[in-house]
Design a protein around this ligand. Structure first.
Ligand SMILES: CSC[C@@H](O)[C@@H](O)C(=O)COP(=O)(O)O
Ligand SMILES: [Zn+2]
Length: 212
């Protein structure tokens, strides 16, 4: 079944397509890596279909799923990592857009790190919510990669529950070891800004602590 133009509003499709091109310009979505989504009204999500190059997205490269990842158009295959997007939307009502990319910095650092990376003293921390000053720190969770995405989302969810009990803020992102980054924001522009800020800090961190 083909994607129908009315399934995804044109401005939503345009925002995802433009964001895919922007991530590609930064070399953060090599091969067919990465996936992007925007929350729609009524517990629906517009998301990239699996296996498409994110530099060359068109409206037909997108589809709609519900918050359990079930496709609205049954013949189409959503991103293999759809349940990670759904998990962020379900846990954080303020999340309106989710981005995933595979940069060199996030891949290398996630392989060297333990179960988190602490970012502190960076002016760009202010791109994250609730951090009005560089005199703050963010503990970015790092999860072991897993091809079983439902199981991986269960691990992510359990960590969020622990962080909600123990820490002031849950950062709007995390790393998957040897794999990539997930970042979200209230809208696509904010998600992109957070991803750029995070990638910048990870690049700095990699230069400063090459053996993290
Ligand atoms: C190019 S392999 C990368 C994939 O395994 C996956 O990690 C990824 O980011 C893209 O998967 P997709 O199913 O296209 O959304
Ligand atoms: Zn990936």
């Amino acid at each position: 079944m083909q994607n129908t133009p009315e399934a995804i509003p044109a401005p939503v499709a345009e925002a995802i397509i433009a964001a895919g091109a922007r991530l590609d310009q930064r070399n953060w979505v090599p091969a067919t890596a990465g996936n992007l989504s925007i929350r729609l009204p009524d517990s629906r999500v517009a998301i990239t279909r699996s296996g498409f190059h994110k530099a060359r997205l068109v409206p037909d490269s997108l589809m709609v799923v519900d918050l359990d990842g079930r496709p609205e158009q049954p013949g189409l295959r959503p991103s293999a990592e759809t349940l990670l997007h759904c998990g962020a939307y379900r846990r954080f009502p303020e999340a309106g857009a989710v981005l995933h990319g595979h940069s060199i910095a996030n891949t290398v650092l996630s392989r060297l790190a333990g179960d988190s990376i602490t970012l502190e003293g960076y002016e760009l921390l202010k791109a994250f919510p609730g951090l009005p000053t560089h005199e703050a720190s963010v503990t970015l969770p790092v999860f072991d990669n897993d091809q079983d995405i439902a199981r991986l989302q269960g691990v992510v969810e359990a960590r969020w529950s622990r962080m909600a009990a123990d820490e002031d803020v849950i950062p709007p992102g995390y790393l998957l070891r040897g794999h990539g980054v997930y970042v979200w924001g209230p809208d696509m522009d904010t998600a992109l800004a957070r991803m750029e800020a995070l990638e910048f800090m990870l690049d700095c961190h990699l230069h400063e602590h090459p053996r993290t």
